[in-house]
Write a protein that binds this ligand. Structure first.
Ligand code: HEM
Length: 299
């Protein structure tokens, strides 16, 4: 099985080497805000952010590894990474994308996909997807939906199955979803074409100058048999119980340096939230992010 540095290296081979940029999601906008938990949240998790309002640093981004990636490419998900400030230097992170699934369910499969992309040979990319039908679910899902008109107008998912533990020790398996309070804001294909490749940063800047962008943070409650080990597997979320955990209000643009000074880490969770122990994508992500961080802050 490949290690974290193999995947970061493969991302740079596939998308190009850009010094001081993230190996993935290099194009983005840093923001600040506040998270206010719901009354129901402590019933699911004893994590500190679910019992009192906390400041948040966030970053909207585009997936892939190209800092010039076009904003109007339907197949490329958006990212929203959140760091909740728990005080005394402690924090907890939630790193999400605008699709309920990832593009690979093992590090080896992700490496194979990146290697196929690097070859520049469309037949090799096709052969990868033929051998990995599960890896088609993300693209199928994204291409079946309109392009978001705003970073603040799309749903985001934590993708992995987390275990929430409350003060009584009761455990609930759930997936995190962020829903824009104003609803989804979308573009037709023609509008997306006309918008061009660089509208999202200006759009969110203008939006936040007027009003905060609010997201409802929801726990989708897993049922017996829902996969917890497969980042490409959809849950039947329309038929799952949902509990609102609170609202994140994104209030201002922050300097890029604020987000570049650290790395959001999927495994940085507070007591009361635990990542899956059996999902090999979750297992490798945080160490890959640290490899990318170490490289991009090196002189
Ligand atoms: C093996 C699978 C994955 C690998 C190797 C990987 C790798 C990376 C790397 C290297 C970065 C840059 C980190 C930094 O320099 O700070 C990154 C950022 C990011 N990843 Fe992943 N990732 C994977 C899976 C995922 C999944 C499943 C999601 C969604 C749930 C996701 C969402 C994001 C987001 C939103 C960012 C941007 C964070 C920011 O704005 O700083 N990634 N990823």
């Amino acid at each position: 099985e490949p290690g974290p540095a193999d995947l970061v290296g493969a991302l740079s081979e596939a998308f190009g080497k850009y010094p001081h940029k993230r190996a993935a999601h290099p194009k983005g906008v840093c923001v600040t805000g506040v998270f206010t938990p719901s009354k129901e949240a402590p019933g699911l998790s004893k994590a500190p952010q679910f019992s009192k309002p906390v400041p948040v640093i966030g970053r909207f981004s585009l997936a892939g590894g190209n800092p010039e990636a076009p904003d109007n490419d339907k197949g490329n998900p958006k990212g929203l990474a959140l760091r909740f400030d728990l005080g005394d230097g402690a924090s907890t992170d939630l790193v999400t994308i605008s699709a309920p699934v990832f593009v690979a369910n093992t590090p080896q499969a992700f490496l194979d996909l990146l290697t196929a992309v690097t070859s520049g040979d469309a037949d090799k990319v096709k052969a990868f997807f033929d051998a990995h039908p599960e890896s088609k679910s993300q693209g199928t899902w994204l291409n079946a939906r309109p392009l978001p008109a705003s970073y603040a107008g799309v749903n985001y998912w934590g993708v992995h199955a987390f275990t929430l533990t409350n003060a009584d020790g009761e455990e609930t398996v759930a997936k995190f979803k962020l829903l824009p309070s104003s609803g989804e804001i979308t573009l037709t294909d023609a509008e997306a074409e006309a918008k061009g490749p660089n509208f999202l940063a200006d759009e969110i800047t203008a939006r936040l100058a007027k009003d905060p962008a609010r997201f409802d943070v929801v726990a989708i409650i897993g049922q017996e048999g829902d996969p917890t080990d497969d980042a490409t597997a959809l849950w039947d979320e329309d038929n799952r119980e949902k509990v609102s955990l609170g609202e994140v209000s994104i209030e201002a643009i922050a300097p890029e340096a604020t987000c570049d000074a650290f790395s959001f880490l999927p495994a940085n969770v507070a007591d009361g939230v635990a990542g899956p122990t059996n999902d090999p994508i979750f297992a490798i992500r945080s160490s890959a992010y640290i490899v990318s961080f170490t490289r991009r802050v090196a002189p």
